[in-house]
Design a protein around this ligand. Structure first.
Ligand SMILES: [Zn+2]
Length: 437
């Protein structure tokens, strides 16, 4: 049976390992004239077009993308869908930004219709930007998570989301109780966790908005179900860090608050982690927890510069996050642009291959789904994107002087955004294609 097979011909690159921890030439595969063969939503073959075409049955349809670069779909390891319509809110750092903009915006997600409308807009935006998997914050309302998973399931997406747990230091209209947050999360887990390509994340917003009793309920949920995620924020802003040490005087550090409440582990993802010490890094590594590096957000809120080299030294898993709405772009290309500058300000380099790794396989590894997505190896789920090497007149002009694949990638990351995404495929189906000019 060849009827369900479909092949895609283009320049193709994907990552096999972290270029910082293996020999760079072994960390990726690149085919200048490549062919990707997909069947029943899975990747079944990848290689040089000429070689595969020798044995590929003639009835397998081929979609050709000349002057394009095909790669794995992007993995965004930290983003808030309810904040889609408050992106670009002026003037504040973290704590005032939450009080003045975020909390009033999140109030509206008690309404299921509103939640569904924004979830649809949000997932449209992810597709337009080539992001096929994300670890996503809902709001405190179970309706927000129901709406998100409903739309994601219809679109056959691999997505992770959870209801915010928040029982103090927030307006009454956005708080739950330890018991309520446990019960509501449990109901959502029963309904959505491991249904099709969906998974649930237990989501206390951050230490300041949860009592110790609520953090214990989060740990209880994690112990009761297989494969749940823990998704929260960590050491983003200095004022926030000082507040945490006041609220939890017996903890040795911000991370130690989560550790004392048994929230570290495989599939625990902490956004930001800007203000950490060596002990924290060792605990992150030893527990197999991961950090989501969110450069546009860290710069926008003036939070600080993420120390990626320190994470590499300690072998801490790191993914890339847009952190919309504190992040200023849904585009992982633009996010890598800012990541590069964050490294430059610390006299460090972020290579194009390491960048592609962070946006694809590195994120999948941080989420422990690298056996399913993150690259284009045979057997992987067919989530992939096609990048346009002539997306804008400037990119086109610059590409004329870029022959090496690393240089082409770098140009896309510095100059590219949603306009550079020609097409996004999910489970082997076309999910979005750029309108022809
Ligand atoms: Zn966030």
């Amino acid at each position: 049976m060849t009827a369900s097979r479909h092949a895609y011909r283009a320049a193709i690159i994907h990552m096999l390992d972290d270029p910082a921890s293996s020999a760079e030439q072994d960390s990726y595969e690149y085919f200048q004239d490549g062919l990707l063969v997909v069947s029943d939503g899975k990747i079944v073959q990848l290689g040089e077009a000429e070689q595969i075409l020798r044995t590929l049955p003639a009835d397998v349809p081929i979609t050709h993308y000349p002057n394009h670069l095909l790669t794995a779909g992007f993995v965004d390891t930290h983003i808030h869908y309810p904040q889609t319509e408050m992106i670009a809110s002026y003037g504040e750092q973290l704590l005032d930004w939450l009080n003045n903009y975020t909390f009033p915006t999140e109030q509206a997600f008690a309404d299921a219709d509103h939640a569904k409308r924004v979830a649809t807009l949000f997932l449209d935006e992810l597709m337009r930007n080539g992001t096929t998997t994300a670890l996503v914050f809902g709001t405190v309302h179970p309706e927000s998570v129901d709406a998100f998973f409903t739309v994601a399931q219809q679109r056959k997406l691999r997505m992770i989301c959870g209801k915010v747990m928040m029982d103090r230091n927030a307006p009454d209209y956005l708080t739950d109780t330890p018991e309520q947050s446990y019960t509501q999360s449990k109901q959502l887990i029963e309904k959505w966790h491991h249904k099709d390509r969906l998974a649930y994340a237990v989501t206390p917003r951050f230490a300041p908005t949860s009592t110790p009793a609520q953090l214990d309920q989060a740990a209880r949920l994690l112990s009761e179900y297989e494969g749940l995620y823990l998704h929260t924020h960590l050491a983003e802003n200095k004022q926030e860090c000082a507040w945490v040490s006041e609220l939890f005087p017996t903890s040795e550090s911000y991370l130690d608050v989560y550790k004392q409440h048994n929230l570290l582990g495989k599939r625990s993802v902490f956004a930001h982690g800007i203000h950490l010490n060596d002990t924290d890094c060792c605990q992150l590594r030893d527990s197999e927890s991961a950090i989501a590096f969110c450069p546009t957000s860290n710069l926008f809120l003036g939070s600080g510069l993420f120390n990626l080299p320190m994470m590499e030294q300690h072998d801490v898993a790191v993914g890339l996050g847009t952190d919309v709405g504190a992040g200023t772009s849904f585009s992982m290309l633009q996010t890598l642009n800012e990541a590069y500058k964050v490294m430059q300000l610390q006299d460090a380099k972020l290579s194009p291959l390491k960048s592609l790794y962070l946006a694809t396989l590195g994120g999948a590894r941080a989420l422990h789904i690298d056996d399913k997505v993150g690259n284009l190896t045979s057997g992987s789920e067919a989530d992939f994107i096609v990048l346009d090497l002539n997306a804008t007149p400037l990119i086109s002009a610059r590409m004329a002087n870029a022959s090496a694949i690393e240089e082409q990638l770098f140009v896309l990351m510095m100059l590219g955004d949603d306009r550079a995404i020609e097409a996004t495929y999910v489970s082997g189906d076309l999910a979005w294609r750029k309108p022809s000019a």
